[in-house]
Design a protein around this ligand. Structure first.
Ligand code: SF4
Length: 382
């Protein structure tokens, strides 16, 4: 099982309640960004290009708890920035767990091993470790030689300590599907509970603008990767979202399903775009002109977007919107499909070998690196 039964039950009953209340737009996962600074500077990241005073700012635990209660979503994802650079992250996570929220703390795991003792294993807490593929591909993607080795040490230490550990993998143009499949094998062998894979978003602020995937290429890539899958692979994404990535079905985006709260407030309209901020969750819901977003809208910023934060909630909503949606999804869980597909196998066999250039070592922002060093010293003093 990719998630504990209690989590699946909590989410299912929550969504059903929203449906019974007739709520058209409801949140499923709160994307809580308590800080933007990071100890990496990945070429495809659109979150770390802020000036130093913004990178130094962070949400307090109380602000995080207020946002979580205001939003009411049963799951909270904590991306960033690197959450483990937040000095009060253990307090934030403990407070969310006490509120019985299912928390996915996204981390590049550079500090995970050192900070593990500050957290307590719980069914409500998963470390969602950013691993972008096998060693070379991950190091290339995060622009840091040796990053994979450190991340995997963190993964193994967390698994050994009894934590739920999942991985999240973002794919860009040049990804080698065979290598991604080998990466899945490696992650399952390392003891991770389940994996998430999603195409990167074309952030206009990202340092590398040349390797984002268009929609057609994304579908081709995901069809090669996710067809003919192994029984041992567990994914924590909704099976219909996986079919969406493979081009087997289509969903319009439902960005309110994964709303974002950060030091700026409630972000309009989604995790990826910043078309203003609202002071309250309700104000954000009421003030966004939703018809201006999503593939159908013709908004060029949405044209190539297939990301999980915009479309997985659409799959979940479809699941609960009709008997057909319910039966289709139930079938996927009771009889998980391996998606046997001879054409996809041919596609995989004939895929040109990955050709990314030499590793580009992009220096992490000075302030974040200084903080990283200070954090490490602080940890070793404990
Ligand atoms: S399509 Fe993507 S970028 Fe556009 S609103 Fe939806 S999630 Fe945001």
């Amino acid at each position: 099982m990719a998630v504990p039964i209690s989590q699946a039950w909590t989410v299912a009953t929550y969504v059903l309640k929203q449906k019974l209340k007739g709520r058209k737009r409801y949140p499923l996962v709160l994307m809580l960004e308590p800080l933007f600074r990071c100890n990496l500077a990945c070429a495809g990241c659109g979150k770390i290009q802020y000036p130093a005073h913004i990178l130094k700012a962070e949400l307090t635990p109380e602000e995080c708890f207020r946002a979580v209660e205001e939003c009411g979503a049963p799951m909270v994802s904590i991306p960033g920035g690197e959450p483990l650079l937040h000095p009060r992250m253990p307090e934030i996570v403990a407070g969310l767990v006490a509120r019985k929220k299912y928390v996915y703390m996204c981390t590049n795991a550079l500090l995970l091993k050192e900070k593990l003792h500050l957290f307590t294993p719980s069914k409500y807490l998963s470390f969602s470790v950013h691993v972008d593929g096998q060693r070379d591909h991950h190091d290339f993607s995060v622009c840091r030689e040796g990053g994979y080795e450190i991340a995997m040490e963190g993964v193994k230490a967390a698994v050994a300590a009894g934590f739920r550990v999942t991985t999240n993998t973002t794919l860009f143009d040049g990804a080698d599907p065979e290598s991604v499949r080998a990466h899945f094998d490696e992650m399952m062998a390392a003891g991770v509970e389940s994996m998430m894979v999603s195409p990167g978003y074309t952030y206009d602020k990202a340092p590398d603008q040349n390797h984002f995937l268009g929609k057609a290429r994304s579908r081709r890539l995901f069809r090669a990767i996710l067809s003919n899958r192994k029984k041992s692979w567990e994914f924590n994404t909704h099976p219909l979202f996986s079919e969406y990535l493979m081009g087997k079905r289509n969903f319009e985006c439902t960005p309110w399903g994964m709303p974002t709260f950060s030091i700026f407030g409630w972000q309009k309209p989604c995790y990826l775009l910043q078309d203003g901020y609202a002071d309250t969750f309700q104000e954000m819901l009421d003030s966004v002109e939703w018809e201006n977003y999503g593939a159908k809208s013709g908004n060029p910023k949405c044209a190539n977007c297939m990301v999980h934060s915009g479309h997985e909630a659409s799959a979940v909503d479809y699941n609960f919107s009709s008997l057909k949606g319910f039966l289709v999804t139930a079938k996927k869980y009771v009889f998980p499909s391996l998606y046997k597909d001879a054409d996809a196998q041919k596609l995989l066999n004939e895929w040109p070998k990955a050709q990314h250039g030499p590793l580009v070592q992009i220096a992490a922002p000075e302030a974040a690196m200084a903080e990283h060093a200070a954090e490490l010293q602080g940890v070793s003093r404990d």
